[in-house]
Design a protein around this ligand. Structure first.
Ligand code: C2E
Ligand code: MG
Ligand code: MG
Length: 737
């Protein structure tokens, strides 16, 4: 007999080798004599084989359970032929490895088609039954021979049945094993972590995903541990697990966190209860690692609240923090300061050296500012070059002074960026609560007003918010909107104030002064609305309108036969620095027909001093048109007598503030005298502004001042009154006369 195990895998799996076959045959007392008897029977049976098979199948067809296996006529015929061959092999006398393999295969096929052993064994009984009379007959009624042959037949049938049953159960076992392997594989490889635990919350099983999710080495090491021990989950989750155990209701979406060396890991779990067939309660804990998702969410949240460049809180977070700080201050938790820090001339650095360098500078500034703070304080960036600090729980508003000084100090140290050494200063506005606002928006607005003040005061300093700033800002806003409307229609008026020659006592000029009536607030002082016109640029069209109207008026007076005198028009800094100033003046003179020598342009000393070289150039150009030039408000600016020579002005107007006190203040008197002498040396005429008293006039006369302007002679007058005064030709009454 050839070697069984090598040829047929089923026999290998089942452990049925040649030795096993030999043992089985021995136990069945299956001998060569039996084989000889069976061979003899085989030869005699051949003729009966088909009727036997027919009888066999007829029997099977009585059972509806078997019909599906027998199939249609065609299949049935095939089966009959196979069956007939099978029966034939039984008595053929060849019971070697081929025979065994064939029988093993039959068992596998039966298991596969669902023919259970009950039918198989019963079918054998039918076969033996059908065969019995035949054997008796074939043995010619020899009882002994008949029993011996029948016994041999029983032995081979039992040998067959053993093999077929073994294989049947083996195949079935294999199917169960395959099924189990399949389920285990799915559990092992599923992407979610799974922990199966018993009612005492002891771990029974974990899958691969769970091991890697919780950095565990092997599932064997996990079995038997308490779930809390295994996963490091807190009491809260354990109580949910216990609840599921008790009520049986599934719970899903349970988030929990686990601390690990690198930070935190985040999980989301579902828990359900299962009861096995044996009535054992199990808990299934299915978990997913959501750390990456959570981190992405945190990043999105971070971006919504923090400035990407500097990593500092952004505007939206700052608003929240200021509101919160305000609430603390309202509860009496000390004073809170909101500090707005604006980097001076940052735009210049950014524009000239590039935004990459500007960004680096902002980052370094952020670091330095952060170092100025206590832990409870906040620094953030609201955008551009503007930072905000929130200082909590201070004893007094003045405590912010220390921080502000420190900020200016730390920013003053040079910054080293990409080989550049950069110097930076900052302007700071401080709002304090309680007091300067009721919420973040108001506090930041107050801080912004204070910041503006710091800038106006020359930058590189800090300024606290004052209520007047607020009122002023509101006032300015209302004025500004009114001004816009007025400027559209030139809804202004001009008044003229006479300048009087001190020697003759006659009017020698008229200063044009702008007047504006606000529809609700009435007459507004020019010192309040002219700076606003300058800020929004409206001074340019309005200034031109003043110039044109004044020149036309001067021309009109001349046409009335009034003795010609010059009109003075004040120029603002904005007008003075415009390229087209000379053109505009020329154009107006042409349009109105006024001779240039009758126009006097007043420019304040401070405008000229801002950029002397450029001013000198402009003054020369104006001078070349033939107009007269006055340096207005002399004494209030730098009063640089050295420069005066270069201005080539015709006239110098001593500011009202000196004249006010010339009779009482020796210094003012002395300064005024010096200015008059100096101006005369430079061949300039001197006008005293704001002369209100006889004593002032007497002083001016004594000191050879050329002209006066002031209430003593006349206030600025509307056109009609001025016309009347000019016509009247009233002389200045001089006490000295
Ligand atoms: P300013 O050019 O120095 O004008 C003289 C100011 O002194 C005028 O004030 C005038 O009313 C006032 N004044 C004259 N005599 C006396 C006096 O005896 N006592 C007192 N207390 N004040 C006197 P006003 O009209 O309020 O103008 C103020 C400033 O507004 C002017 O100072 C000028 O700088 C500016 N301003 C007025 N009109 C214009 C204009 O059309 N254009 C520009 N750019 N500025 C103008
Ligand atoms: Mg003036
Ligand atoms: Mg003046």
């Amino acid at each position: 007999m050839s070697n069984l195990t090598e040829n047929y895998p089923t026999s290998v799996e089942m452990g049925i080798d040649n030795a096993e076959v030999a043992v089985r045959k021995e136990f069945l007392e299956f001998t060569e004599a039996d084989i000889a008897l069976l061979k003899e029977l085989h030869a005699r049976l051949e003729a009966q084989r088909d009727p036997l098979s027919e009888a066999f199948y007829r029997h099977l067809q009585h059972f509806p359970q078997l019909l599906p296996l027998l199939g249609n006529t065609e299949k049935l015929e095939r089966l009959k032929r196979t069956q007939s061959a099978y029966f034939s092999q039984l008595t053929e006398g060849e019971y070697g490895s081929n025979y065994v393999e064939n029988r093993l295969h039959v068992g596998v096929v039966h298991q596969r088609v669902g023919l259970t052993p009950q039918w198989y064994i019963g079918a054998y009984r039918k076969y033996l039954h059908e065969l019995m009379p035949g054997v008796y007959h074939l043995m010619g009624g020899d009882a002994e021979q008949c029993i011996a042959t029948y016994s041999a037949l029983l032995k081979i049938v039992f040998f067959d049945m053993e093999l077929a049953l073994d294989t049947y159960f083996h195949a079935e076992h294999q199917a169960v094993v395959r099924e189990k392997k399949f389920s285990s594989q799915i559990i092992a490889d599923m992407p979610s972590g799974l922990v199966v635990m018993d009612a005492a919350l002891n771990v029974r099983m974990v899958n691969k995903a769970l091991l890697s999710m919780f950095d565990l080495s092997s599932s064997e090491a996990c079995v038997g541990l308490m779930v809390s021990e295994l996963l490091g989950v807190g009491e809260q989750l354990i109580s949910v697990i216990e609840n599921v155990l008790e009520c049986g209701e599934m719970r899903s979406g349970l988030a929990f966190e686990r601390h690990v060396a690198q930070g935190s890991k985040y999980y989301l779990a579902d828990i359900s209860r299962a009861v096995t067939e044996e009535g054992q309660t199990l808990l299934l804990f299915m978990v997913n690692d959501i750390t990456a998702y959570k981190k992405a969410e945190e990043r999105a949240q971070y971006l919504a609240q923090f400035d990407v460049l500097t990593g500092l809180p952004n505007r939206s977070l700052l608003y929240d923090r200021i509101d919160y700080a305000y609430m603390l201050s309202r509860r009496g938790d000390g004073v809170v300061a909101t500090m707005l820090i604006d980097l001076d001339r940052f735009k210049l650095i950014n524009d000239s050296l590039g935004s990459a360098l500007g960004d680096e500078l902002l980052k370094q500034v952020a670091v330095r500012l952060s170092n100025c703070l206590r832990e409870s304080d906040t620094v953030g960036r609201t955008g551009g070059n503007e930072f905000v600090m929130i200082l909590l729980s201070m004893n007094a508003a003045s405590d912010a002074t220390m921080v502000a000084k420190k900020v200016l100090e730390v920013l003053a140290a040079p910054f080293q960026i990409a080989g550049h050494q950069l110097h930076l200063t900052a302007s700071i506005g401080i709002a304090v609560s309680p007091g300067d606002g009721e919420n973040a928006q108001e506090l930041l607005r107050s801080a912004a007003s204070a910041l503006q003040q710091s800038k106006n005061d020359g930058r590189n300093q800090f300024c606290f918010f004052q209520e007047e700033m607020n009122q002023r800002a509101q006032h300015d806003m209302q004025l500004e909107s009114g001004l816009h409307r007025a400027a559209e229609n030139y809804d202004f008026e001009l008044h003229y104030q006479p300048k009087v020659d001190l020697r003759s006592g006659e009017i020698c000029g008229l200063e044009t002064l702008l007047r504006w009536n606000h529809p609700e607030r009435g007459r507004i002082n020019p010192v309040d609305f002219i700076p606003l016109l300058e800020e929004n640029g409206l001074i340019v069209p309005v200034g031109t309108w003043v110039l044109r109207t004044a020149c036309a008026q001067a021309k009109a007076w001349q046409s009335m036969g009034i003795k010609p005198c010059s009109v003075a028009v004040n120029l603002s800094a904005v007008q003075f620095h415009r390229q087209d100033l000379c053109e505009v003046v020329q154009q107006v003179l042409r349009e109105t027909g006024l001779e240039a020598k009758f126009l006097n342009l007043e420019i304040t000393e401070s405008i000229i001093m801002k950029d002397v070289d450029r001013a000198v150039q402009t003054l020369r150009e104006l001078k070349s048109l033939g107009v007269k030039l006055s340096v207005d408000d002399f004494g209030t600016g730098h009063s640089s007598l050295n420069y005066l020579k270069r201005f080539a002005a015709d006239e110098l107007k001593i500011d009202r503030s000196f004249i006010r006190d010339i009779t009482t203040d020796a210094d003012d008197a002395m300064i005024t005298r010096t200015i008059i002498d100096l101006a005369h040396n430079l061949r300039m005429r001197v006008v005293a502004e704001g002369v209100e008293s006889e004593a002032q006039l007497a002083f001016l006369l004594r000191n050879n001042c050329d002209e006066m302007q002031g209430y003593y002679y006349s206030k600025p007058l509307p056109v009609d009154s001025c016309t009347a005064l000019l016509k009247e030709g009233r002389l200045l009454s001089r006490a000295a006369d």
